[in-house]
Each structure stands twice: as C-alpha cells, then as structure tokens.
Design a binder for this molecule. Sequence first.
Ligand SMILES: Nc1ncnc2c1ncn2[C@@H]1O[C@H](COP(=O)(O)OP(=O)(O)OP(=O)(O)O)[C@@H](O)[C@H]1O
Ligand SMILES: [Mg+2]
Length: 290
Amino acid sequence: MKDTAQPGLIDLDTPALDGGENFPIPEPLTSHGPAKVISMCNQKGGVGKTTTTINLGAALAEYGRKVLIIDFDPQGAASAGLGINANERDTTIYDLLVAARPDILPVIEHTSTPGLDIVPANIDLSAAEVQLVNEVAREQALTRVLRPVLDDYDIILVDCQPSLGLLTVNALTASHGVIIPLETEFFALRGVALLVETVERVRDRLNPRLQIDGVLATMVNTQTLHSREVLERLEQAFGDTLYRTQIRRTIKFPDASVAAEPITSYAPTHSGAQAYRQLARELIARGNVA
Ligand SMILES: Nc1ncnc2c1ncn2[C@@H]1O[C@H](COP(=O)(O)OP(=O)(O)OP(=O)(O)O)[C@@H](O)[C@H]1O
Ligand SMILES: [Mg+2]
C-alpha cells in the first residue's frame, strides 16, 4: 500500500499542498515558562509520533525555546533516539507516576541539544497502567508529576504510546494541546474518529482546556499520485487544522534514530531538518506555542 509510485502520473508541482509557506523566524523569548503541554498522539503505530517529538523538540530548542520531552512509551524510543540508555536507569517516568510525592527534577536528563531535556522511559512503564487503575485521581498522575517544572519550560512534549489506554488519557489530561501525526497512506484516517472522540471525552470530563492543535502529514511522498490523493483527503477532512508543513519520507529519519540524534544536528541542512524547523515556526506563527 505504501509508496505506490505511478510514474506516468507524476506531477511534482503541488503548490497548494506542498507546505511551501515560509513562516517567519521567531523572535527570541526574553523569559521562560509557563509551559504549553502538547501530547503527540495516535493510537496507530509507526506514524511518526516519536520522530516528530524528537525533531520538533530539537527545532524549537534551536529557536531558543526551553523544551522538555516526556517519554511516555514503555518502548523508550524517544529516550533511545536522544541517546539516553533508559534501561540502565533506576528512575524513569514510571517511578514518578506511581510515587506518593513525585520529584521530577532528578529524573530530567539534558540531551546533546542545548535547551532540550527529557524524562526517560523504559519497559517499567508498562506496569503503570495496571498500577494506576486503583489510584485516586488515576487520570491526573502525569499532571501532578509535571506541576513543579511548568515554569521552567516553554514547551513540554509528551510522546504517547500507540494506544488510547490510561497512560494516553493521563497525557491528554496533563496537556493543553494535541498534535496528531498521520502517515500519508490510504488508511491514515482509520481510527482518527476514535482518537478525536477520546480527546473530546477527556475535554468534557477531565480537562476543559484541551484542544487539537494540529494534524501533521508525515512520510509524504509527493512524487506519488497516491500520496497526493491522501493529502487532498486530509485537507478536506481537517481544513485549517492540517499543518501546512509536511514531513516527507526520507531514510535520513531512521538514520538519525540509529545515530541517536535529532535530524537537526545529524543532518542540519537536510530537507528533513528544514521541515521540522518549518513546523516549529508554524506552531509559533499559529500561536500553538509561544
Ligand atoms: N518522515 C519519515 N520518513 C521516513 N521514515 C520515517 C519518517 N518518520 C518516521 N520514520 C520512521 O518510521 C518508523 C516509525 O516512526 P516513529 O517511531 O516516529 O513512529 P511512532 O508513531 O512513534 O511509532 P510507535 O507507535 O511505535 O511509537 C521509525 O523507524 C522512523 O525512523
Ligand atoms: Mg513512538
């Protein structure tokens, strides 16, 4: 289903959907915080949540924003992708979630990107969901963990696991915004209605400020008719909620994960790095973040 190239039908010039807009270079911030908390969510696996968390975070940090990534997936992909070996750590996000008095500061790690920090996760986190079920205010565990550092950061990005379970509900409860990355392929929209419903339920019952900041088309291959058709459908379905910036499919992203670096430092001039810088500028231009 992926990359169904139709060479006879290639039309490289797709201006309206090509994310060609140039968003202005943001002004530097004169002070930091309070943080805008954004969850990167899609219960579908492998759509670019972690890649977007890491590279958007790094791009925002390049623009002088103080960014904290919360690895909220027991697979620990965001931690690994930023060079943190979370398996060797005694304390991770898991310990904070289940602690009576969580102290996040000692669990925060700096990354090699200045201004970009992370709270790592490892497989321990898979036990949290079961353990939290019988807790009072089980949906607010992450909210409580983040509270002490809200004034230290401009943006907190939560890299969710591919599920709509209690951990994701915790992420949504702690967030102001949601970004939904969608792989640009035929079944991209499958399951999105359920995700939107979950966001609405959390908004109604737990977190009235929650909103969907944007939908991001990832793994775009503009040289295939198929990819362009899917982009048109996304545009129809989401209108202005769809970010103008698109992330194209390129091997440089998996390469950067192997190198355990954001693409912005692994291949700073590559179009993939430029795309995430543009996404960072678009978020700022839209007022999604300061
Ligand atoms: N734009 C892209 N072009 C090519 N490969 C990509 C792109 N974005 C992500 N990938 C690769 O696709 C795979 C899945 O991406 P990623 O881990 O970011 O998705 P995810 O939604 O976080 O997955 P999961 O649901 O398993 O957490 C990774 O190997 C990643 O390197
Ligand atoms: Mg992931």
